[in-house]
Design a protein around this ligand. Structure first.
Ligand code: SAM
Length: 300
């Protein structure tokens, strides 16, 4: 899996998405979280877990979970604070997480659920992890015009033949995406109480149209089979399509890329009986057999 391709360094201004945690504290009424089991799902190299610890310094332990063993090992090197423990686990399959079932008081996840092929199974597993009254805050990618452009290039009968095999630098977000109200319905059907479900936009501005086009041109690699002239004509044609149909302008009238994220704040009601959606047994956290024992997972 590719991580988010961060081209922010070339942008002149990127809107700050740190408001997510502030909003989570506000909407979910999170206090100190002392003596709580707190999970950070899809913790990557641990930056989100460290951020959580900064926000809740009296927390006893944050458990960062990631499904990629290389990432887990690397983040154990990067994260120095003993209050943060990084473990191998998969929120879609439920593996590595059984020990926390019905015990988690707060669960966070940033920039992970947008990659999942089966977000519904992951939501169900979040539900099963939370204790009654437990709360979860999720922030994940939903859509962007740049992503639509990439999908168009990959599926266009002529344009796709011009691309190199690895010719598009792009995060492999899941093709599955719902509208905010569809997400809210899915979560409600699982049994969650929706405390908030709202879109937020990240905007990367470029100082000039030339710099903007330069970024797009550098992110698309074409095959070198054609003559130089033909190569440049192809690139120019693709850029024209981008500028005509996919380019965006910021509030400050600058060329920009906008990415729409969803921030979801949910809680597991106490003593609540809600009809559950059906999920295949093998995708459920309760399907112990499928996932291997937690003792096995703890070895990592
Ligand atoms: C872009 S990183 C986000 C890191 C961190 N949360 C942050 O906001 O900086 C996404 C991480 O999610 C992990 N991930 C993807 N699918 C997952 C799953 N099903 N269960 C657990 N982790 C997953 C990936 O391995 C990757 O390390």
């Amino acid at each position: 899996m590719n991580f988010l391709v961060d081209s922010s360094c070339r942008a002149i201004h990127v809107t700050n998405m740190d408001t997510f945690y502030d909003r989570a504290i506000d909407v979910l009424k999170l206090e100190s979280l002392q003596k709580s089991i707190v999970l950070d799902i899809g913790c990557g190299l641990g930056h989100s877990s460290m951020k959580l610890l900064k926000l809740f310094p009296s927390i006893e332990r944050i458990i960062g979970i990631d499904k990629d063993i290389d990432v887990v090992l690397k983040s154990r090197e990067v994260v120095s604070d003993t209050k943060i423990v990084i473990q191998l686990g998969d929120i879609e399959l439920g593996s590595g997480l059984h020990q926390y079932k019905n015990k988690v008081s707060a669960l966070f996840s940033t920039h992970c659920f947008g990659y999942l092929e089966n977000p519904n199974a992951a939501f169900q597993n979040v539900y099963e992890l939370l204790e009654d009254g437990g709360r979860a805050a999720l922030l994940f990618f939903r859509k962007s015009l740049y992503r639509s452009f990439i999908i168009m290039l990959r599926t266009h009968p002529i344009l796709k033949t011009m691309l190199m095999d690895d010719g598009l630098v792009f995060s492999e977000y899941s093709p599955i995406t719902y509208t905010p109200s569809e997400y809210a319905d899915i979560l409600r059907n699982i049994g969650f109480k929706i405390e908030g479900c709202e879109e937020v936009v990240k905007c990367r501005e470029y100082a000039s149209v030339e710099e903007y086009k330069g970024y797009i041109a550098s992110s698309i690699r074409l095959k070198h089979e054609a003559t130089i002239e033909k190569f440049y004509l192809m690139k120019k044609a693709i850029l024209e399509v981008y500028m005509a149909q996919y380019s965006e302008i910021s509030d400050r009238n600058l060329p920009c890329f906008k990415e729409v994220f969803l921030q979801v704040f949910i809680s597991k009601p106490k003593d609540c009986e809600v009809e559950k959606l059906y999920f295949p047994k093998e995708m459920r956290l309760s399907a112990k057999d499928n996932a291997g024992s937690d003792e096995e997972q703890m070895l990592f």
